[in-house]
Design a protein around this ligand. Structure first.
Ligand code: DGL
Length: 274
């Protein structure tokens, strides 16, 4: 029997489960291995060096668990660690393996959706200060005007299950009005953090219905489908046994309690010591 080679999906904590859910929906045949670095989350306000160090450690772990392909289902890790992993680590240490992020596939579609050509990005402080979104969007759509807003409170709100609270309403209203005050022509907003789809009801409440809100799950899943079609050698390496395993660097019991909120169904995880 051939060895299992799951597709690795990584996030600093729970957020990547919103992406995994959509990936499994669109590509149900593969084996998957999810790793949440909950013990060290959130990554959002950490330095480049720290996010790189933590992300690389988790990627190495997924490689050691036989993943040939790893998706960084975390904008902060994609913004701060992906380029170094792709350009420095892989060519030297793991030439046959691949690591993909969530920012590139999202920026590829944004130009097709905006009619005004004015786009807003919401993300963690790390993602916004990295300028990854404006840089990547400019590569595909140089005429698009991009405005950003860091929302440092949104991840803690989600992680602490304060989604329906007055505090959540207050911070979301404040950040959205800040973003819209930068440019009244914004017609498309990217939720540039895998935690934010959990806040969609409150986000919608504070935005005009004419504004398109882009969540990443479906986009990243479509991007992966396309990637596997274009890279048949990698596609053949990924095993197809329809298994999904979950690992967390923190308490498995705590992970399982919160994970279903993100994943949409019960999750049974294992603790992993890095
Ligand atoms: N899920 C991460 C992202 O998409 C944010 C969570 C964190 O700050 O660790 O950016």
């Amino acid at each position: 029997m051939s060895k299992k080679k799951p597709i690795g999906v990584f996030d600093s904590g729970f957020g990547g489960l919103t992406v995994l859910k959509e990936i499994v929906k669109q590509l149900p045949d593969y084996d998957y291995l999810y790793l949440g670095d909950n013990a060290r989350a959130p990554y959002g306000s950490r330095s480049f060096e720290t996010v790189y160090e933590y992300t690389l450690e988790c990627v190495k772990q997924l490689f050691a668990m036989d993943c040939e392909l790893v998706i960084l289902a975390c904008n902060t890790a994609s913004a701060k660690a992906l380029r170094n992993i792709q350009q420095k680590y892989l060519p030297e240490i793991a030439t046959e393996k691949r690591v993909l992020g969530v920012i590139r596939p999202t920026t590829e579609v944004v130009g097709k959706l905006s009619r005004t050509g004015h786009v807003g990005i919401l993300g963690t402080t790390g993602t916004i200060t990295s300028n990854s979104y404006p840089i990547e969007i400019a590569k595909f759509y140089p005429n698009i005007v991009v405005h950003q807003e860091a929302c440092p409170m949104w991840v803690p709100i989600v992680e602490n299950n304060e989604i329906e609270s007055d505090a959540a309403d207050l911070f979301i209203q404040k950040n959205l009005s800040n973003l819209l005050s930068k440019d009244k022509n914004i017609d498309t907003i990217i939720l540039g953090c895998t935690h934010y789809p959990l806040l969609i009801n409150t986000i919608k409440k504070h935005l005009p219905s004419t504004i398109t809100i882009l969540s990443q799950g479906e986009i990243v899943a479509e991007g992966l489908l396309d990637y596997l079609k274009r890279h048949p050698a990698m596609e053949q390496k990924c095993s197809k046994g329809k298994s999904i395993e979950f690992f967390t660097t923190d308490s498995a019991e705590n992970f399982d309690k919160a994970a279903s909120l993100f994943y949409g169904k019960p999750v049974k995880s294992n603790h992993l010591e890095l």
